[in-house]
Design a protein around this ligand. Structure first.
Ligand SMILES: [Zn+2]
Length: 156
């Protein structure tokens, strides 16, 4: 059996984003947040990705919120098919990552969720579709802002 041995990238790159857009079909704010969440988890847990890491995502199990799941899948290699990604319907957006005996819980800050939802309401847009075109400013902020401003992180 072929197994990928190259570790997953742990820092933002345009290539990673492009692969994520190709997988997901568009590049919206929730998908972008999922990418950053996953890379933070890999670094904090010193995980290579794909195997040896599990994720339980707690969020609204429908788009646009659930677009985060595709960002997590691309960045960490935790996938539904390998069943190292589980989804639990919940308020807010939190993901628990486990590697070895280490656990990390990453929550998207309420202010960030509110900013993304405001932007979508402003554009009368229930989904992420066509959203990225209108929200260049928001997308850039989400890509560049420090992880501490995006996420609340707890070590389990
Ligand atoms: Zn999406």
């Amino acid at each position: 059996m072929r197994v990928v041995t190259t570790p997953k990238e742990r820092a933002w790159s345009e290539g990673l984003y492009q692969r994520a857009v190709e997988f997901h079909g568009h590049g919206g704010p929730f998908m972008l947040i999922g990418l950053r969440m996953g890379m933070l988890a890999l670094r904090a847990l010193d995980a290579k990705g794909w195997f040896g890491i599990r994720c339980v995502a707690r969020l609204h199990w429908g788009p646009p919120d659930s677009c985060i799941l595709d960002g997590i899948q691309i960045s960490t290699g935790c996938t539904t098919g390998k069943h190292n990604l589980d989804v639990v319907e919940a308020e807010g957006v939190t993901a628990e990552f486990e590697a070895g005996d280490r656990v990390l819980v990453i929550g998207v800050r309420d202010g960030i969720l509110a900013a993304v939802r405001d932007e979508q309401t402003e554009h009368g847009d229930e989904s992420e579709e066509e959203h990225e075109e209108d929200s260049g400013g928001l997308m850039r902020r989400l890509r560049e802002m420090p992880e501490t401003e995006l996420f609340e992180v707890h070590h389990g």
